[in-house]
Design a protein around this ligand. Structure first.
Ligand code: PGA
Length: 246
């Protein structure tokens, strides 16, 4: 079954490095059957959209303002992003940790993006202490519920959820299959409660957090996982391409 392999380049490459990276990646993945997407910094959306136009790599933005129009200095709205990409990452732990993003703000971002016809990758995940304290289910369900509050069920067709346990992001160890099952069950359960059983079965879920070639080979074939969201590993075009080819 076709999977989604998404890479988040975060704040790593300048324009020249991004070009070199894409020049390496494009030929390596051109025959891959999986769906590939890269999330790049806003300043590179325009050049990347041109470079990726005739390829099988989709383009996404890493963030969006929760303001709609006439927003404050330095912000970028959903309407602006729509000129260059079709998909936006929302609720990544980096944004929560460094910019104190709340689930109310994430919910507003999602609504603004949906209004503009953009697709969304929503990240959720529990902290280490929530995991240790056996509060994963409650924590993940709460995040999903608050982030998707007020949406219509059909709008979920434009949303993919990335289960990213916070303790696994940028660490040396990905979650185990049992832990992933627990997280994805919590996501589906929240959707079942707030929307419907059909919606809970239909929603696409990615796993993210210290994915590498070795663990991707184990996690990706899981039935409850529709793909992966990669950070560090995606920074190597060769490594990313290997996972895209799984
Ligand atoms: P990682 O990052 O793959 O480096 O753990 C994942 C992420 O930040 O989404």
């Amino acid at each position: 079954m076709e999977k989604l392999i998404f890479g988040n380049l975060k704040m790593n490459f300048n324009q020249k490095e991004t070009n070199l990276y894409l020049e390496k990646l494009i030929p390596l993945v051109k025959d891959c059957k999986n769906k590939i997407a890269l999330f790049v910094p806003d300043v590179y959306l325009m050049p990347c959209s041109q470079k990726l136009a005739a390829t099988n790599i989709k383009l996404g933005a890493q963030n969006v303002s929760y303001f709609k129009n006439n927003g404050p200095t330095g912000e970028i709205s959903a309407k602006m992003l729509k000129d260059y990409c079709k998909m936006v990452l929302v609720g990544h732990y980096d944004r929560k940790k460094y910019f104190s993003e709340t689930t109310e703000q994430i919910n507003q971002k999602i609504k603004n993006l949906l209004e503009c016809g953009l697709k969304i990758v929503l990240c959720v995940g529990e902290t280490k202490s929530e995991r240790v304290g056996k509060r994963t289910k409650t924590a993940v369900e709460k995040q999903v519920s608050e982030c998707l509050r007020g949406l219509y069920e059909n709008e979920l067709n434009n949303i993919i959820i990335a289960y990213e346990p916070i303790w696994a992001i940028g660490s040396s160890a990905a979650a185990t299959l049992t832990q992933i099952q627990e997280g994805t069950d919590a996501i589906r359960n929240a959707i079942k409660t707030d929307f419907s059983e059909t919606a809970s079965k239909k929603i696409k879920i990615l796993y993210g957090g210290s994915v590498d070639y070795a663990n991707a080979g184990i996690i990706l074939p899981c039935k409850n996982i529709n793909g992966m969201l990669l950070g560090k590993t995606a920074l190597s075009a060769a490594e990313f391409a290997k996972i895209c080819s799984l």
